[in-house]
Design a protein around this ligand. Structure first.
Ligand code: ACO
Length: 323
């Protein structure tokens, strides 16, 4: 098969909603500041007994239903997440069993907000070399579990959710290209400085783990880097920006999204925006936005979609897709 093709999409958001007004009650912030600086109005948050795997499971079921495939039709599962249920087994392995899939390869990929695009890139290659016929690719996060709710610089930004696609081999295009990158040089600008083998402090709240971000500096690098990846993607495909019908960006900040939309000279209505209602759902944000625009009928078969993301690592990536 020359290409892999998206044959179904699905997504899921936890029921609990936290509005900016809710945040105003326990942190020194305002609805106006959050909306003006980020575009976010509300975000969904997992319940105490809900896990990343629970969100991923629902999104996967919906994607498989849309693709009209049965568990036995899937022969690879890749899950982009920074917030797995447990350290191991991988959340993808747990899902393999829960979805009743055959004993197929299952793996988690941690590339922070770029996790879904990394997962999609890997699955695309597996299909194109002929080692898989159909893959379930998911981005899922309970990223709010890593949030320090006393830190107004970060706690207003994040939300939880999951998005999924089923891709299968096709002679027709398909995923036209994927690009993934990483540069660990500026790891200190965005991430957690505590993990399992570094800095773990059992006696502290959340064992000392929380998202640390120098938002201002991340913002500048994100805008520059996303501009470069737009150029790289179009050049690799011999395409012009006028060939792109839809931008499906990572949803971190409306101002970053607008900058990339302008770079592509796309009118606002051709840029899929969910950040206002979802916040930054990290690896889940791109497949959540894709599923929303597919299901409400905005995205039509045959159109060209540019998916892009930037996140902790730094990592960044894109996929150009003829839907
Ligand atoms: N409410 C009110 N005031 C606040 C808040 C808040 N929630 N947060 C910060 N402020 C204040 C600051 O203290 C500062 O006050 P000062 O001027 O008195 O010092 C002022 O607002 C401006 O702060 P900045 O950080 O300069 O604000 P900025 O316009 O840069 O917006 C933001 C901050 C929204 C975080 C922005 O920088 C951003 O979106 N950065 C990029 C985030 C991103 O893309 N992350 C990548 C993906 S995340 C991942 O990979 C998991």
């Amino acid at each position: 098969m020359k290409y892999s093709k998206i044959i179904g999409t699905g997504s899921y958001l936890p029921e609990k909603i936290l509005t900016n007004a809710d945040l105003e009650k326990f942190v020194d912030t305002s609805d106006q500041w959050i909306r003006e600086r980020t575009g976010i109005r509300q975000r969904h948050v997992t319940a105490d007994d809900e896990t990343t795997g629970d969100l991923a499971y629902q999104a996967a079921l919906r994607a498989m239903e849309a693709a009209e495939v049965e568990p036995g039709d899937i022969d690879l599962i890749i899950l982009g997440t920074t917030t797995p249920d447990v350290i191991f087994p991988s959340t993808a392995s747990l899902l393999q069993n829960r979805l009743g899939l055959p004993h197929v390869g299952a793996m988690d990929v941690n590339a922070a907000c770029t996790g879904f695009l990394y997962a999609l890139s890997i699955a695309d290659k597996w299909i194109r070399v002929g080692d898989a016929r159909r893959a379930l690719v998911i981005g899922a996060e309970s990223i709010t579990r890593l949030v320090d709710w006393d830190d107004r610089q970060t706690c207003v930004l994040f939300g939880d959710g999951a998005g999924a696609v089923v891709i299968e081999g096709s002679d027709e295009p398909g995923i036209l290209s994927t690009h993934i990158h990483a540069n660990g040089e500026h790891a200190g600008l965005l991430g957690t400085d505590v993990g399992v083998s570094a800095g773990f402090r059992q006696e502290e709240k959340n064992c000392g783990i929380s998202i640390q971000m120098k938002g201002n500096e991340v913002f500048k690098v994100a805008v520059r880097t996303l501009s470069r990846i737009v150029d790289e993607t179009l050049e690799a495909n011999g395409m012009d920006r006028s060939d792109v019908d839809w931008l499906i960006p990572h949803q971190a900040n409306l101002r970053i999204i607008s900058a990339t939309g302008k770079k592509l000279a796309l009118p606002d209505e051709r840029v899929v925006v969910t950040v206002d209602r979802h916040g930054n759902t990290s690896a889940a944000s791109v497949p959540l936005a894709l599923d929303e625009a597919v299901r409400d009928g905005r995205i039509q078969r045959g159109e060209v979609l540019l998916l892009e993301a930037f996140g902790g690592g730094f990592t960044w990536g894109s996929a150009l897709v003829r839907y």
